[in-house]
Design a protein around this ligand. Structure first.
Ligand code: NAP
Length: 248
């Protein structure tokens, strides 16, 4: 069966590393982005140059109409979806909870939670044997923050990842007999642009000594875990998590 993957937020960081690895492993890859088309095109070009297939798909996962459009493009341009990586995620300026307003909470939950739910819904409608689909696998990109809570930085972000982990557990059970596996990867401190959103681009350098391995992680190290969970090697694995956190 042709392997077709949608990676939300596939244009930068962990998503881009996952897209490149997926392309090298023979997936046709839909590289989603919301703002930076150039970055998404760079990833797609790299995949094509390496002999793979990639297609750039714009859309904001927090908007239901955009999600519908994203999946319609994937149906049309790549064929039946077999793998979804719910990777798109944001955080906002480091802050205590007592300084957070409702607008901020809505933005962070809309992308990190609602976006992942909407994409999972569309994937299930395509993959599930209930709907005549051929099965597939979903990986939710979570964070060690779900376990530690990120005090003084972004408890809101950490809580969105807690919600995502709960969705992983529930959805894995809900669709276990329908040919779909659902798993999570909890990333630790990884060198990407996301830390700049919190106001501290070099955050990994500051916090890396909290990690038992005393270093930050690379996006490719997270991508490898995602690809394994999606692969047939993980055929009896669902509702599980891999912590890619250097032991933290
Ligand atoms: P990143 O470098 O900031 O990249 C984020 C990606 O998500 C970009 O491709 C961005 O697209 C896309 N995106 C953002 N909002 C979106 C939306 N509403 N709809 C569609 N795409 C959207 O982030 P990253 O560090 O690779 O993070 C990827 C995932 O790993 C996130 O879920 C994050 O929470 C998780 N994670 C990261 C770390 C870490 O230390 N880096 C640790 C734990 C978990 P544009 O370029 O178009 O904006």
């Amino acid at each position: 069966m042709k392997k077709v993957m949608l990676i939300t937020g596939g244009s930068r960081g962990i998503g881009a590393a996952t897209a490149r690895l997926a392309g090298a492993q023979g997936y046709a890859v839909a590289v989603n982005y919301v703002r930076d088309r150039g970055a998404a095109e760079l990833v797609a070009t790299d995949i094509m140059k390496a002999g793979g297939y990639a297609y750039v798909v714009p859309g904001d996962v927090s908007r239901e109409a955009d999600v519908a459009a994203i999946f319609e493009i994937v149906d049309r341009e790549l064929g039946p979806l077999t793998a979804l990586v719910n990777n798109a995620g944001i955080l906002e300026m480091q802050s205590r909870l007592d300084a957070m307003d409702a607008a901020r909470l809505q933005r962070v939950f809309a992308t990190n939670v609602t976006g992942a739910f909407l994409c999972a819904r569309e994937a299930v409608r395509r993959m599930s044997s209930l709907y005549g689909g051929g099965g597939g696998a979903i990986v939710n990109v979570s964070s060690g923050a779900a376990r530690v809570g990120s005090p003084g930085e972004y408890i809101d972000y950490a809580a969105t990842k807690g919600a995502l982990d709960t969705m992983t557990i529930g959805l894995a059970k809900e669709v276990a007999t329908e040919g779909i596996r659902v798993n999570g990867v909890r990333a630790g401190f990884i060198y990407t642009d996301i830390h700049a959103l919190g106001g501290e681009p070099d955050r990994v350098e500051r916090v890396k000594d909290l990690v038992p391995m005393k270093r930050g992680g690379q996006p490719g190290e997270v991508a490898a875990a995602i690809l394994w969970l999606l692969s047939d090697e993980a055929s009896y694995v669902t509702g599980s998590f891999i912590d890619v956190t250097g032991g933290r």
